[in-house]
Design a protein. Structure first.
Length: 204
């Protein structure tokens, strides 16, 4: 059984997550020329089904971008948009208004995937640089589905061999448009331990 993560260690991991999310926020602001705000990371620790319940109602329809981290650190990241936020976000990107996610075309999909790749990639780059770790990632996938089905895919892949997993949520939103999405960082205890060890090496 993996060693239980303490509240002090969770606070340390929150700080590291904050660095990655801050980099993503800055990248989004520069990309779109809009002021972007971010919330303080919220942490969730527990068994897969317990953590998943904290992400929202399983039956909620959402648009999700997600990828896996590899290398010195294994984990996953996801960016989740409510349908109305996803449509508004795509309108900013493509200058075209859509009434429903069912109307998404190839331009919409490629635009939001490109932004997701930049945002999530910027966050991972910041983590790797700060921790002096070699972290690579897959190309983001995108799907429109119920939140429960999406998180099943992501969480089971990360936590299938773990007693518990650790996840952090940060909300990024445009200050002037009331449009936002949630970024999730998801780790198993082994990955969390690697981050904590690398953090201690940095502050020696």
């Amino acid at each position: 059984m993996a060693k239980k993560i303490t509240s002090f260690e969770i606070d340390q991991l929150k700080e590291i997550t904050n660095i990655g999310a801050g980099n993503a926020s800055t990248a989004l602001s520069h990309m779109l020329g809009k002021k972007v705000q971010m919330t303080v990371p919220e942490s969730y620790v527990g068994k897969i089904e317990e953590v998943q319940r904290n992400f929202g109602e399983a039956s909620d329809k959402v648009l999700a971008l997600f990828l896996k981290m590899h290398g010195d650190l294994e984990g996953a990241m996801a960016m989740i948009f409510k349908p109305e936020d996803a449509l508004s976000f795509m309108e900013i990107l493509t200058k075209k208004k859509k009434k429903s996610l069912d109307e998404m075309d190839e331009l919409d999909e490629s635009s939001i995937l490109e932004v997701g790749n930049i945002l999530l990639g910027a966050s991972i780059t910041a983590l790797a640089k700060f921790l002096d770790l070699n972290i690579t990632h897959t190309i983001p996938d995108m799907t429109v589905n119920m939140l429960g089905a999406i998180m099943d895919t992501v969480l089971l892949e990360i936590g299938s061999d773990s007693e518990e997993i650790l996840a952090f949520k940060v909300n990024l939103h445009f200050s002037d448009d009331n449009i936002g999405g949630d970024i999730y960082y998801i780790f198993d205890p082994a990955a969390s331990g690697i981050i904590l060890k690398a953090t201690k090496e940095k502050v020696k």
